[in-house]
Design a protein around this ligand. Structure first.
Ligand code: BEZ
Length: 223
């Protein structure tokens, strides 16, 4: 409606749906999510150095994401033809072929819907001075709920292992009523969720080790 602004996307928002052209054909985003987890991530521009390393690395890790039931989908404000040519370069440079879709968002429809634009970097713009996307990451669960939002500047390539680690933490937490401590990686001890107390805590977590009443570690059986 005129004068009204869309509510900001927050953790817990339903990921807005959209229709878009991608390197794997047209998609409806909610249909694309289906019953899967999804990592939707933007990069500033095709044929740029940091983005080339990032997309190659996400392509290399694609089997790891798939093992966890996660579909990857990239995006930038470039055309399909540009994406397609660049995918060949990524394969040549990194040895990994991008087989997940990359959204062609030349008009920045999805970029604005998901607020993937910044205020600070006046160099991250196209030839007309219109802002390109930053390095945004949205981790979305099968209920289409946004579970994580990350924003990196154009100058800083992401840590792909961290994105995988976030997925591992969210999926482990959903299954086990636990949270994960600083620098946690799968296999490390986890923290019993503060909402789990008393008899339920000792029943669910027989190995519970209370360092403080509010800080209770436990191991989890290996998957
Ligand atoms: C890059 O991917 O290297 C890049 C893209 C846009 C601005 C700065 C760096």
């Amino acid at each position: 409606m005129a004068g009204e602004r869309a509510a900001p996307l927050r953790l817990g928002s339903i990921a807005p749906s959209f229709k878009a052209d991608t390197t794997n054909g047209p998609i409806d985003f909610h249909e694309f999510i289906g019953d899967s987890w999804v990592v939707l991530f933007s990069h500033p521009e095709d044929y740029t150095p940091v983005c080339t390393t990032e997309l190659g690395e996400m392509a290399r890790l694609d089997p790891e994401f798939k093992k966890r039931g996660v579909k990857l989908i990239g995006l930038s404000a470039n055309t399909l033809g540009s994406h397609e040519g660049w995918i060949n370069d990524i394969t040549e440079v990194t040895g990994s072929r991008v087989s997940f879709p990359i959204i062609a968002d030349k008009e920045r429809k999805v970029a604005y819907l998901y607020d993937m634009i910044d205020y600070q970097d006046t160099t991250n713009v196209d030839s007309k001075g219109i802002a390109f996307t930053i390095r945004s990451v949205f981790v979305i669960d099968p209920k289409k709920t946004i579970r994580t939002i990350l924003s990196y500047p154009a100058s800083t390539g992401r840590n792909s292992a961290e994105i995988l680690r976030i997925v591992d933490s969210l999926q482990t937490g959903d299954k086990n009523k636990i949270t994960t401590p600083v620098n946690w990686v799968p296999g490390d001890d986890v923290i019993v969720h503060p909402a789990v107390q008393g008899e339920e805590a000792t029943r669910l977590f027989p190995n519970l080790r209370a360092v403080k009443p509010y800080l209770r570690f436990t191991s989890l059986p290996s998957a």
